[in-house]
Ligand binder design. Structure first.
Ligand SMILES: [Fe+2]
Ligand SMILES: [Fe+2]
Ligand SMILES: [Fe+2]
Ligand SMILES: [Fe+2]
Length: 401
């Protein structure tokens, strides 16, 4: 399957940035700003284009394990507030996640050591000689964006940043990184890290072509996504994984070829990608939601659209995924599409999402049985919300589940 992997990484980093903005109160767009600053550092260090592309991807994904770590720590309350443990933990899990993705060996340990301090006071006690250059660049860009919010830069802030780098040479930053920054990074480069231009930059700087990915590679990419999306809320901890599996299974039931079934699996994986931008407090609110909160949750479908619409190679899959809350009678969201505007695959995803939501257990409800779920879905089909033939096919396809 042909995809543009950089597009995928950048679309995903939007979601990761939303999580980080909620958890750590960092201005939205942090990972992308880190990526562009890393690009300038890498460029001045004469890195090849391939390495620069991977460096930017690592920068975008540097905190990919943040929610996964926090979720896993919830069952281990004693360690819950231990910052040192968290620093180490999210680096280890993040590195492990990345190692399964189709990157080259050049990215090894870029995530693992992204919090190492030049004086050896980082989570693993490494000094620059044992820290890959990619990790050093990510660390420097990460620190500077958190401390100075690089979204807005004026001359005064630029001077303050240079002073900070100077004072922290050999303490936080290696001699090499500090000199590179102070001698090569121009004020205009830092000033380009504003919201509007960062996306533009990333799109222009990313790999231009789509690459062929094997089925095994695609499944690893999906696994990576699923982990992050499903870790977002304990209420829906296996929701995306189950939808992906069921979409593929229904595809096989219809006799679609392997590539199409894999495409359905991807659509299931990313259908709720926009939930990364949903406020966790609302997502996990045990009480009845207010109209406004309900609207906020519904907005996840539109957010999925924003995140996926520019990914080259995923055009059809994006539509199947994003329109899973549309109804044949036009009363769905995000676009209020009508029956004639909804393809067979979009209708499939809508039915599978409802089937999964009704059958899965949540902390506040038990899952309905297969028969009860189909009964509810038949009722929805009678109201022209769902496609009735697909509901019947789901009845047959999943009844032995
Ligand atoms: Fe981090
Ligand atoms: Fe960060
Ligand atoms: Fe959804
Ligand atoms: Fe869903």
């Amino acid at each position: 399957m042909k995809l543009n992997f950089s597009d995928i990484v950048y679309s995903f980093s939007y979601g990761l940035d939303s999580i980080e903005a909620q958890i750590e109160a960092i201005n939205h767009g942090h990972a992308k700003r880190v990526a562009v600053l890393c690009y300038f550092l890498g460029k001045h260090a004469h890195m090849s284009d391939e390495k620069l592309t991977e460096l930017m991807a690592m920068a975008c994904l540097h905190d990919n394990a943040l929610t996964q770590y926090l979720r896993e720590e919830e069952s281990d309350k004693a360690a819950g507030d231990n910052i040192a443990k968290m620093m180490k933990g999210h680096c280890i899990i993040g590195e492990e996640n990345i190692s399964r993705l189709p990157f080259s060996k050049a990215v090894k340990e870029a995530i693992l050591y992204h919090h190492e301090e030049a004086n050896g006071n980082g989570p693993f006690g490494k000094t620059p000689k044992d820290t890959p250059i990619m990790a050093q660049f990510i660390h420097m860009a990460d620190v500077l964006d958190i401390k100075f919010n690089l979204e807005t830069i004026d001359d005064e802030k630029y001077n303050a940043i240079c002073e900070y780098v100077r004072q922290n040479t050999g303490i936080r930053f290696s001699e090499y990184c500090s000199h590179l920054f102070l001698e090569k990074i121009k004020p205009e480069e830092l000033k380009s890290l504003q919201k509007a231009s960062v996306n533009e930059y990333l799109r222009n700087l990313s790999e231009k072509k789509q690459r062929d990915f094997s089925e095994a590679e695609i499944r690893e990419i999906c696994n990576f996504w699923i982990k992050i999306i499903d870790y977002k809320s304990s209420f829906t901890k296996s929701h995306s994984r189950e939808i992906a599996k069921k979409a593929e299974r229904l595809g096989r039931y219809y006799g679609f070829d392997g590539e199409k079934c894999l495409a359905l699996y991807i659509a299931g994986t990313v259908h709720d990608l926009g939930k990364l931008t949903t406020d966790s407090n609302i997502l996990e609110k045990p009480d009845k939601l207010s109209a406004e909160e309900f609207k906020h949750i519904q907005n996840h479908a539109y957010q999925s659209w924003i995140m996926l619409k520019d990914v080259r190679g995923l055009e059809n899959i994006t539509l199947w995924a994003v329109n899973h809350h549309e109804k044949l009678n036009g009363e769905g969201y995000p676009f209020g599409k009508k029956a004639e505007q909804l393809s067979f695959e979009e209708r499939m995803m809508a039915c599978i999402d409802i089937y999964q939501a009704l059958t899965e257990e949540r902390p506040y409800k038990k899952g309905f049985s297969h028969d009860k779920t189909i009964e509810i879905m038949r009722d929805m089909a009678a109201k022209n919300m769902l496609d009735e033939t697909i509901v019947e096919d789901i009845y047959l396809c999943f009844r032995a589940a």
